[in-house]
Structures are given as structure tokens and as C-alpha cells.
Write a new protein. Structure first.
Length: 174
């Protein structure tokens, strides 16, 4: 039995609202992630030993229970690398990356048209870089993060198309 046109339209509207909520959640998550990256980058530029101590304390209990825990081992590896003189690059990378994420998140939430394709490109470039880094480090978290970035890029692309197709009476920014 086929759904009536009204039921089909209602289901379509519900699906669009759900995807829009996921878009909003993804954008807010990326903005919050940007704030965290700026704070972490600033912290690294001042005293990397504090971050290393925090990471080692946080992961100690987990590694006692499971010495093969990939997340804890990856976090410790990153903390050790920061102590090897790479903290300046890491600090600058995190601050710059965080600023870009915040600018794009705010611009997307304000519905600036230029932000949609820019955010999609940024997310896909970031995912490509994460997969490239995975090919060298084999850190298991990188494909997961890359997948999340690709999903958010798709949500942004979809939302941008919906905004472009919106009727003329719907207010848009940008």
C-alpha cells in the first residue's frame, strides 16, 4: 500500500528537520572543538609538560586495566611527541585550526552562503589529511575522526543545498 501525498510530505519534512538538527549539532560540536583546540594550543605554547602530565595521569588507570588500549596509547604517544620539540608546530596548528573551525561554525549558524562550500572543502581536506597521517602513524582514532569529518561535510553540503533551494521569502544571510 502506498502512502498518501500528505503522509509522504510529512515524512519528508520530519526527515529534513532531523537532518537539520544533526547539522546544527555537528556545527556546534566543531565550534566547541575549535575552542578546545585554541585552549590546548595556547596551553602548549606556554608549558607542554603540564599537558603531558595530565595525559599521563588520565591514561594511567586505563592502561593498568588494558595495556593495549589504543586510545590511551595514542594519547600518550601524542603527548610524548609534543615533548620532543614539536610543540611549536602543534601549538600553532591547533590555534589556527581552532580559529578556522570557530569562524566556519559561526558563519554556518548565521547561514552565510560562502560558508557552506568553504566548510565542506575544509572538512574534506581535513579528512584527507587525517587519512594521510593514518597511513604513517596507524593511529586507530584517525579513520574514526576522518569519517566524522566526512559525515559533517555531507550534512553541511546538504544544508547548503537546502538553503540555496529555499523560497525567496525565507531570510538568508551572506
Amino acid at each position: 500500500m502506498h502512502a498518501t501525498p500528505a503522509a509522504s510530505a510529512t515524512a519528508h519534512a520530519r526527515r529534513r528537520r532531523t537532518l537539520h538538527r544533526w547539522f546544527d549539532a555537528g556545527v556546534i560540536f566543531k565550534g566547541a572543538e575549535g575552542v578546545l583546540e585554541i585552549v590546548t594550543g595556547a596551553w602548549l605554547s606556554f608549558d607542554r609538560s603540564i599537558l603531558q602530565n595530565v595525559v599521563f595521569r588520565i591514561t594511567a588507570k586505563e592502561l593498568l586495566h588494558d595495556p593495549e588500549d589504543m586510545v590511551a596509547r595514542t594519547l600518550r604517544h601524542w603527548a610524548e611527541e609534543l615533548g620532543s620539540g614539536r610543540q611549536t608546530f602543534a601549538s600553532l596548528y591547533l590555534v589556527a585550526h581552532g580559529v578556522v573551525k570557530i569562524v566556519l561554525a559561526v558563519s554556518l549558524l548565521r547561514e552565510y552562503r560562502w560558508a557552506y562550500p568553504t566548510a565542506v572543502a575544509a572538512q574534506l581536506l581535513l579528512a584527507a589529511y587525517e587519512l594521510y597521517r593514518f597511513s604513517h602513524t596507524h593511529a586507530p582514532v584517525l579513520p574514526v575522526v576522518a569519517t566524522l569529518d566526512i559525515v559533517i561535510a555531507w550534512l553541511v553540503w546538504r544544508e547548503g543545498r537546502a538553503r540555496a533551494a529555499a523560497p525567496a521569502g525565507v531570510p538568508r544571510h551572506g
